[in-house]
Design a protein around this ligand. Structure first.
Ligand SMILES: Cc1ncc(C[n+]2csc(CCOP(=O)(O)OP(=O)(O)O)c2C)c(N)n1
Ligand SMILES: [Mg+2]
Length: 563
């Protein structure tokens, strides 16, 4: 068969590739026919298009794109089936949106013509899958959305979608692709001026603001840095480490999503604001949407608060009322670099006393964390501290750790910027496993370890994820912190109704999660599975699992951690 004509779907795929998109994570339906035809044609012609990867659940597809991008900084594309496939992915889209991860999410749109066009309705579902506004269900969590109207827009819509996704603050965008449009026969190539479209840089701080902050730091007795999304660009952590070292600035990565500071850095002061917040006279909040929980703790009266971020007001959060004496719209990196310069040559009378105090505190904290873990190691049940402590024997400088949400640098200190990724502030669970597959795809030579709650693992559609690990040859190590419980749900119940009737059942009503043998699920996917109940057995089990992964086999360790 000859194919003399070109269809819009070919132009579209080539436009993705022209933007450096390497993968199309896809979960198809009847809307995909022109995309399938286009891939088949490009296979023959050797034109450059992204590699399609079929992911058998939509949340896993978006999580994979997220994982790939968080490691590389390069956005990828996802294509899902009409309204129903899109609906399945919204959980992960919310995570990506709050974490400002650029993703081009697309889905087919059911054919809008009932007859008469190439691609008109041909199947029962084509009527019922039409919506008045397919993008409406996700408009609140994307930066931009559009429906491709004509085939000759294939180039320009991709250009627009990606410039929106990649400009500050970054985030996912959505494009719906009607079947008739993708199937349009093209007379001329889709127009694009993508080589002549300079993108704006991320915001840089005003120098007066940085001077003010430098002055405040030099005068502060007890400054404190609280971070959350700092480290999304690994260079953030490099500059922060220097500043923290030189100016004895304690750093608390609070619910951090990234590696902000090395666990062994003397200015890493644990991951809870706690007593440092109460004592601080200057709180520097960098890319932290929630720097503390106001109902539980607050900075002292009179303490100065500075908030720095690309979008320091978190414009898409309906309510957020943290105080600020100086609010700086800037990328973390630009602000830290400017601050380093502004501080150079200044003197700070408090620095050496503070350094001594914080170094001593760090040593005490580390001794406490180690003691807590080792004590559990000698006991008869595994806890979070011992699990993380034992992980420390498995990770090396190149390991990527993914946390949802049981990883703690306190017990497993990491050393490398870009080595830690945790679930988005939105907390849409089911992210970690898929993200680890995307991370492995991006960095095949690095060990990728995800530490997941038993609940988080099940939210990830584990069969779909293990399937991808096997089929795409992405050996990852999955460690389940298995308390047979929605621990966070129980905590919330006891927090609010500690003296309520629910407390009589230890808050376990609706939180108990009697656990199956997760270690057997991975066996169905030709992986290595282990179940560990005794603290003393954990180090060797993790070593065996890591060795399996290093030799190319996916592995899962089901770590039984009774609460
Ligand atoms: C998609 C989704 N559904 C429900 C929740 C509500 N939720 C928050 S934490 C949590 C429990 C998670 O359990 P697990 O992963 O086992 O961690 P644990 O709290 O036990 O450490 C649940 C259900 C959520 N965050 N995301
Ligand atoms: Mg649990």
């Amino acid at each position: 068969m000859t194919t003399p004509t070109r269809i819009a779907a070919e132009e579209y795929l080539e436009a993705l590739s022209a933007h450096g998109i390497e993968y199309l994570f896809a979960n198809p339906g009847t809307d995909f026919a022109p995309i399938v035809e286009a891939f088949a044609r490009t296979n023959r012609s050797n034109r450059k298009v992204p590699r399609p990867i079929v992911v058998p659940h939509e949340n896993a597809a978006v999580a994979m794109a997220h994982g790939y991008t968080m490691v590389t900084g390069k956005p990828q594309a996802v294509m899902l089936h009409t309204n129903v496939g899109t609906a399945n992915a919204i959980n992960m889209l919310i995570d990506a949106s709050r974490d400002r991860v650029p993703i081009l999410l697309t889905s087919g749109r059911t054919p809008f013509t009932e007859t008469g066009a190439e691609g008109s309705r041909s199947s029962h579902i084509h009527w019922a899958q039409e919506m008045f506004d397919q993008a409406g269900m996700l408009r609140e969590v994307v930066k931009w959305d559009y429906e491709m109207k004509r085939g000759d827009q294939a180039g320009t819509v991709v250009d627009r979608a990606l410039e929106m996704a990649m400009s500050s603050p970054r985030g996912p965008v959505y494009l719906s692709l009607p079947r008739e449009v993708l199937g349009e026969v093209m007379d001329a190539p889709a127009a694009s001026n993508r080589l002549h479209r300079a993108r704006p840089r991320a915001p840089v701080p005003a120098s007066a603001d940085i001077e003010q902050l430098a002055e405040w730091i030099a005068a502060a007795r007890a400054p404190l840095v609280i971070t959350g999304g700092l480290g999304q660009d690994p260079r953030d952590a490099v500059v922060l480490a220097r500043l923290a070292e030189q100016w004895a600035l304690p750093v608390v990565p609070y619910n951090t999503r990234y590696f902000a500071i090395a666990g062994e850095h003397p200015m890493f002061q644990g991951s809870m604001p706690g007593p440092l917040l109460k004592d601080a006279d200057l709180v520097i909040v960098i890319e932290a949407d929630v720097p503390w929980i106001p109902g539980k703790e607050q900075p002292a009266d009179g303490a100065r608060v500075v908030q720095i971020g690309e979008d320091p007001l978190y414009a898409r959060y309906p309510m957020r009322s943290f105080p600020s004496d100086l609010t700086i719209t800037s990328s973390a990196l630009a602000a830290l670099e400017a601050l380093e310069q502004a501080l150079a040559g200044r003197s700070d009378a408090h620095v050496e006393a503070r350094r001594a105090r914080l170094t001593k505190r760090s040593a005490e904290l580390h001794a406490g964390w180690r003691g807590e873990a080792e004590q559990a190691g000698r006991g008869n049940k595994i806890n979070l501290a011992w699990l993380n402590h034992c992980l420390g024997e498995v990770v090396d400088r190149d390991t990527i750790v993914i946390s949802e949400y049981s990883f703690r640098q306190e017990y497993c200190p990491l050393a490398t910027p870009g080595s830690l990724f945790a679930v988005s502030s939105a907390g849409g669970l089911g992210w970690g496993f898929g993200a680890s597959l995307g991370a492995k795809l991006a960095s095949p030579d690095r060990l990728v370890v995800s530490v997941l709650g038993d609940g988080a693992y099940m939210f990830a559609n584990p069969t779909a994820c293990h399937y991808i690990a096997e089929m795409q040859n992405l050996p990852v190590l999955t460690v389940i912190y298995n308390n047979a419980l929605y621990g966070a749900v129980r905590r919330a119940t006891l927090d609010m109704y500690g003296k309520g009737v629910a407390s009589e059942g230890d808050g376990r009503l609706l939180a108990d999660l009697p656990a199956p043998s997760f270690e057997k699920i991975v066996l169905a996917h030709n992986g290595h599975g282990e179940r560990v109940e005794r603290p003393g057995d954990l180090p060797a089990a993790l070593q065996r699992a890591a060795a399996a992964v290093r030799s190319g086999q996916q592995a899962l360790v089901n770590v039984i951690c009774p609460p």
